[in-house]
Every structure is written in structure tokens, then in C-alpha cells.
Design a protein around this ligand. Structure first.
Ligand code: SAM
Length: 312
């Protein structure tokens, strides 16, 4: 887990009605490992679709912006990133890779795996929060910023309206932003992707409570929560929630917090927005980013947008 203190956002979330928790707290070592298992599940089409897009397009993306460095936000295992790094290496573009993630466990594992295979790679791992820490990464020349894995879906519209301009500010003319997006589709397909038959996503969801129990000496009875995943058509997002199966009082001593939950009450742990091209293009354009490329998988389940700064 990151060295960032955890607290204020948790108090805000657990005192709100309905209750919520910030999804970045899923990702301790166990949470990151569970997410990796999710990416291999038959129901979770997202990673396979995004990988297929990168397999077909990494070369042309790199040719378009010739980056000296690849900066990836929420890099996780960096598995798909290999396709971009290899394309950079083949084309003689730069060999610097800056991976920013809230999970130092994930960063350490990614660094070890990448350096074992790529002797030429210059790896820099940054434990940080992509909401606040992008501007602090020094620019070493033409750069490609990647935000893959549909992580953008975890940001609500107000958060995206702050985030995209920050990405724009981290880019200069000729730089590029590569954004992986899950597209609106059949509700059944979406809900199954977040509620798999093997129960791995349920385990991942409950892990956020294990993190709070460990980091904040909290006493959430983890087995007394059901995993819930529903598509909210109005907001166009999947909501993952944890539903209390009985009344309970939970304490988080370092935060001086006592939380009462009634049987059936839910805590929202994640949203995962589903996009249309029109919507995301409009958001990027209003942040000063023009969409120069739109790549999808054969079944149009997932898209990667290539955006570049416009204006002075
Ligand atoms: C959905 S996973 C995607 C991982 C990887 N990019 C992929 O495509 O498979 C989200 C990743 O973002 C990281 N993360 C979540 N919230 C974050 C935040 N606020 N700042 C930095 N990293 C964050 C998690 O640790 C995790 O590795």
C-alpha cells in the first residue's frame, strides 16, 4: 500500500448517505493480485479487448508521437504496457518508462518482471495518486501518457473535469495521451463482468474492508457483506457495492469514527463508467485535447483514444 496517509476521504465517505469508499483503497498487495486474476476471468472481456487493440495499434501510436518516455497512470502489473514499450524499443524511440501507481506492491512486481525481460529499459516507479501527482513527474522530452485498463471509468464526471486538464497540462505539443475506455453495451454483459461466477470480483470488493481493518485497526466483519454489482443506466456506470447482511457498529479508532450500518445498507466501493465516443471526445476537447485516433476491438466492446494537445 502507499505511504499516503489514509483518513479524511474515508471519514467523508462513511459519514455520507449513502455511504461510499474511495476505490484506490482496494489495491494493497492482495487487492492488486486479485485484480490481476479478474483480468483473466472469462466474464472480464475488458483486458482481452484492450490487449487486442494494443497488439494491432501500438506500432502506429508510437510512430505518431515518437515518445522519449512513456508515463503510465495506474500502471498495475504493466502487462499490456509491454506492447507499447516493445514498439518504442523497435522504433528506436526512447526507453524511459515512468509507472505511477498507488500500490507499491504492484510497482515492485512490475519493475522486477519488466527488468528481467528488458535490459534496455529505464524504469522509474512512482508511488502516488494520479489525481495529484502527475505534475511532479519531470518531463524528459516527447512523452506519451497512458491511462489504460478502463481506470478512467472509476472517475465520476466532476473528477474527470479536473483530471483531463491536469493531463493536458502535463503535455506539450506533439505529446500524446492514450486512454483506454470501456464502451456502453448490453447490461447483462456489463454486470457479469463485475460479478463473475468464480467470485473473484466479490473477493476483490471485500478486500477494501480488509485494508481498512489492517491500516486503520477497523473491525468490519468482512463475511457479513454481500458483493453487489449493478448498472445504473442514468449515470451509465456500473456500481460495485458491499451490502451489510446484518445490523452492525464498526469502529475505526485512529479516525475516532463509529459507523452504524443496518441490515441491507450498502457502501458504494467503485463506479466504472461506460462511454460513447461522442461523450468522451467532448470531455477531452473541452480540456484542450483533440482526439486524433480512435481504436476499437473487433466487437466494439472497448476503445482506446489517442488524444493530443490543441491550442498554444
Ligand atoms: C483497474 S486497475 C488497471 C491496472 C492496469 N492499468 C491495467 O490496465 O490492467 C487500476 C490501477 O490503478 C491504480 N490506482 C487506483 N487508484 C489510483 C490512484 N488514485 N492513483 C494512482 N493509482 C491508482 C490501482 O492500484 C491499479 O493498479
Amino acid at each position: 500500500m502507499t505511504g499516503t496517509p489514509i483518513g479524511d476521504d474515508i471519514v467523508a465517505g462513511l459519514e455520507a448517505s449513502p455511504k461510499w469508499l474511495p476505490s484506490k483503497y482496494f489495491y494493497d498487495g492482495r487487492g492488486s493480485a486479485l485484480f490481476e486474476r479478474i483480468t483473466r476471468l472469462p466474464e472480464y472481456y475488458l483486458t482481452r479487448a484492450e490487449t487486442a487493440i494494443l497488439e494491432s495499434n501500438a506500432e502506429s501510436v508510437v510512430a505518431r508521437c515518437r515518445p522519449e518516455e512513456l508515463v503510465e497512470l495506474g500502471s498495475g502489473s504493466s502487462r499490456k504496457t509491454r506492447l507499447l514499450l516493445e514498439a518504442m524499443h523497435r522504433s528506436g524511440a526512447g526507453s524511459r518508462y515512468v509507472a505511477l501507481d498507488v500500490s507499491d506492491d504492484a510497482l515492485r512486481a512490475a519493475e522486477e518482471a519488466l527488468l528481467a525481460d528488458y535490459a534496455w529499459l529505464e524504469f522509474a516507479g512512482v508511488v502516488g495518486d494520479f489525481h495529484t501527482d502527475l505534475a511532479a513527474i519531470p518531463r524528459r522530452g516527447p512523452r506519451l501518457v497512458a491511462f489504460l485498463g478502463s481506470t478512467i471509468g472509476n472517475l465520476d464526471p466532476a473528477e474527470r473535469a479536473t483530471f483531463f486538464p491536469q493531463v493536458r497540462d502535463a503535455l506539450q505539443r506533439g505529446d500524446a495521451f492514450l486512454l483506454g475506455l470501456d464502451l456502453v453495451k448490453d447490461v447483462g454483459v456489463l454486470e457479469e463482468a463485475y460479478d463473475d461466477a468464480a467470485g473473484i470480483t466479490a473477493e476483490f470488493n471485500r478486500n477494501i474492508l480488509a485494508v481498512l481493518n489492517r491500516e486503520l485497526d477497523a473491525d468490519f466483519p468482512i463475511d457479513a457483506f454481500d458483493h453487489v454489482a449493478v448498472f445504473d443506466k442514468v449515470s451509465s456506470w456500473i456500481e460495485m457495492r458491499l451490502r451489510a447482511t446484518r445490523d452492525m457498529v464498526v469502529t475505526l479508532p485512529p479516525l475516532d469514527l463509529r459507523v452504524t450500518l443496518l441490515a441491507g445498507e450498502e457502501i458504494r466501493t467503485e463506479i466504472s463508467c461506460k462511454f460513447t465516443r461522442e461523450q468522451i471526445e467532448a470531455e477531452l476537447v473541452s480540456a484542450g485535447l483533440g482526439v486524433e485516433g480512435w481504436m476499437t476491438d473487433g466487437e466494439q466492446r472497448f476503445a482506446i483514444a489517442l488524444a493530443m494537445p490543441v491550442g498554444p
